[in-house]
Design a protein around this ligand. Structure first.
Ligand code: APR
Ligand code: PHB
Length: 389
């Protein structure tokens, strides 16, 4: 087989890129290790920047998003005594949309079938070849049969554990990582949200987040120790701790119910440079990971894909090599600013082992400053809605 671009990974980044290239008349084939059902089963967050929703509107893959997405003009920081509302609409003129990122993936998959975007699922032993030349190819096994796809470019959208980043020669690569000394226990329940907007809480016991998927389905998180076992957290204990950490004014609005999903995930900050080498590009989680505090994961994948689509379109349709040469630097500039915001909000809102009373007072003073400063709130707001491309 031959195509113009092989995309490794059919998660949200790969699917979004495939659709955008198709819309530009650029042939692409996606090669995905897992089944479509497995991809849909990934637990994902639920806040979309306009960086992403604009692309979905542009593609016309927004019918459910328009019908079910919840526009949010603000969110809240809780310090144990009050809610500090960050009015992102008033401060930035923009908003975010609450809509499950799993639903984004589902919509992209449905549109792929309707539009003839070629996706090969359950591809085994996907291997990259010839990335330092201009005739790279990918080999894999489909139903046990060896296959090969030749292309002009390969894009690694294969997530944190995929092969693309590993294919980058060690002498050009540099990785930056911070692993946080705690995790997030997440619970999904078919109960109405406790607040119409998200609440990020900083409490002496630790961080908590009240989010949602719809007006009838809630998503909550609490910070737990890295070695915590899910068995130690029966539903009632989770609900009790959420009531404590979200504060007395919110606790009374929490509707309890059985968890339909409950899991613990670690937090890390990670960036891999460069995001291009020869004929290989990286986009999304294959190149960077953020702690979920700032809800930047999928939104950063969207900006990578937006930059890469412009670059590949210039190359194939205008014979312009400049944009592909600039891709890595341009994408990384936005990645690092989102990494900074995610690290800063994580540092502000979580309890770190070994925190001294002075450290805690610094966190409380930071929150008190934010409560009293339009400038501080504007800084948070412009990062939360997403910095411009
Ligand atoms: N061969 C082919 N496909 C692979 C391989 C491989 N060897 N390894 C991984 N993949 C596939 C995975 O099965 C997955 O479907 O690559 C895809 C990567 O998808 P994600 O991990 O979801 O990464 P990405 O598409 O970059 O999504 C970015 O979405 O919901 C958010 O928080 C999430 O930050 C993440 C963001
Ligand atoms: C979620 O709804 O899953 C969610 C929302 C905001 C975050 C992280 C996760 O910062």
């Amino acid at each position: 087989m031959r195509t113009q671009v092989v995309i490794i990974g059919a998660g949200p980044a790969g699917l979004l890129l495939g659709h955008l290239l198709l819309a530009e008349g650029i042939d692409a084939i996606l090669v995905e290790r897992a089944s479509a059902d497995y991809v849909l089963g990934r637990i994902r967050a639920g806040v979309l920047e306009t960086t992403l929703t604009d692309l979905l509107h542009q593609l016309g893959i927004d019918e459910r998003l328009n019908a079910e997405g919840l526009p949010h003009d603000g969110f809240n920081l809780a310090d144990g005594e009050r809610l500090i509302r960050i009015d992102v609409a008033a401060l930035t003129g923009r908003h975010v949309t609450v809509y499950g990122q799993t639903e984004v993936t589902r919509d992209l998959m449905t549109a792929a079938t309707e539009r003839g975007l070629q996706i090969i699922y359950e591809a085994a032993d996907v291997t990259l070849h010839g990335i330092e030349g201009d005739a790279p190819f990918v080999t894999f096994r489909e139903n046990g049969v060896p296959k090969r796809i030749d292309a002009r470019f390969i894009v690694g959208c294969d997530g944190f554990h995929g092969p693309s980043r590993q294919a980058m020669p060690a002498h050009v690569a540099q990785a930056f990582e911070k692993v946080y000394p705690f995790g997030w226990l997440g619970i999904l329940a078919d109960v109405p949200p406790c607040n119409h907007e998200l609440i990020y809480a900083s409490h002496d016991n630790g961080f908590a987040l009240a989010s949602m998927r719809s007006n009838t389905r809630s998503r909550y998180y609490i910070q737990v120790p890295l070695d915590e076992k899910i068995e130690a957290w029966p539903d009632d204990r989770v609900w009790d701790e959420l009531a404590v950490r979200l504060g007395p004014d919110v606790a009374g609005n929490i509707t309890r119910g059985p968890a339909i999903e409950k899991s613990i995930a670690p937090l890390r900050s990670f960036v891999f440079e460069p995001m291009r080498h020869g004929s290989l590009f990286l986009a999304g989680d294959s190149a960077h990971i953020v702690p979920p505090t700032g809800a930047k994961g999928l939104n950063l994948a969207a900006s990578d894909v937006a930059y890469l689509t412009r670059a590949l379109t210039a190359f194939f349709n205008a014979h312009d090599n400049d944009a592909i040469a600039q891709y890595s630097d341009r994408a990384l500039a936005r990645v690092w600013k989102a990494e900074r915001f995610s690290w800063q909000l994580t540092s502000l809102m979580h309890r770190f082992p070994g925190t001294t009373p002075f450290d805690r007072r610094m966190q409380m003073a930071d929150l008190d400053y934010i409560a009293s400063s339009t400038a501080a709130q504007t800084t948070i707001a412009e990062n939360y809605v997403g910095l411009p491309l």
